[in-house]
Unconditional design. Structure first.
Length: 220
């Protein structure tokens, strides 16, 4: 008779009691989910925002998501043929590297792929992200959308590197000012300026990498 893989105990990294309790709980939740769902997806998130991930969780409320603590998730799945919870799960655990998570679901792959191919959200870029386009503010009164910037925001714009002046109480540029160039890695100041000018340059989306079912891993 083949030896059961379900009752093996795998030690987690030693940590304080509160942290250890959280890891133990996650470990058990992962294994319970392996038993409860037909499919296990590996996914990555571009431009992670908790607000949008909550929307995804709500839309797919019959499924279960785990994001972060990839080492604990990998331990729960099993990192070798000897300690894997089910056949071939260690191969899925090998993919838990970087900003990735697990999605447990009973929905067919086609349904999951269609949902994520249609779900994206625009947001403001953070520092360290590459600019998706060049953004130049023309000389003259400085507008945010259709409105001129309030005069009390002029010091903030100047503190972020924009050479503005107040001209009769109107925030003004004497020369055009390029906030960023396409492909440039944004600094904190540039990211803040783009947000002030209501210019989104980030897109939240989930990329599906592969899924597991009955010992078989399918890459997508």
């Amino acid at each position: 008779m083949a030896k059961s893989k379900r009752n093996k105990i795998v030690a987690l990294t030693q940590t304080d009691k509160k942290g250890r309790a959280g890891k133990d709980a996650l470990y058990e939740q992962i294994r319970e989910s392996v038993d409860a769902y037909k499919y296990i997806w590996i996914f990555s998130v571009e431009n992670m925002r908790n607000t949008y991930l909550k929307i995804v969780r709500s839309d797919l409320k019959t499924s279960r998501f785990f994001f972060g603590r990839t080492k604990v998730m990998a331990k729960a799945l099993g990192t070798s043929p000897e300690d894997e919870y089910k056949d071939s799960l260690h191969k899925l655990a090998d993919q838990l590297v970087g900003h990735v998570g697990l999605l447990f679901t009973n929905s067919p792959p086609e349904e999951i792929q269609e949902y994520f191919s249609n779900y994206t959200e625009s947001d403001y870029a953070r520092s360290g992200v590459k600019a998706t386009s060049t953004f130049v503010v023309p000389a003259g009164p400085v507008h945010r959308g259709e409105e001129v910037f309030p005069h009390n925001m002029e010091p903030q714009l100047r503190s972020l590197g924009m050479p503005t002046v107040l001209n009769n109480g109107i925030v003004t540029l004497l020369n055009e000012y390029r906030i960023c160039k396409e492909g440039q890695t944004l600094t904190p100041e540039q990211a803040q300026l783009l947000k002030l000018f209501l210019v989104p340059m980030a897109e939240f989306h989930v990329t599906l990498k592969s899924y597991y079912k009955d010992g078989v891993i399918t890459r997508v």
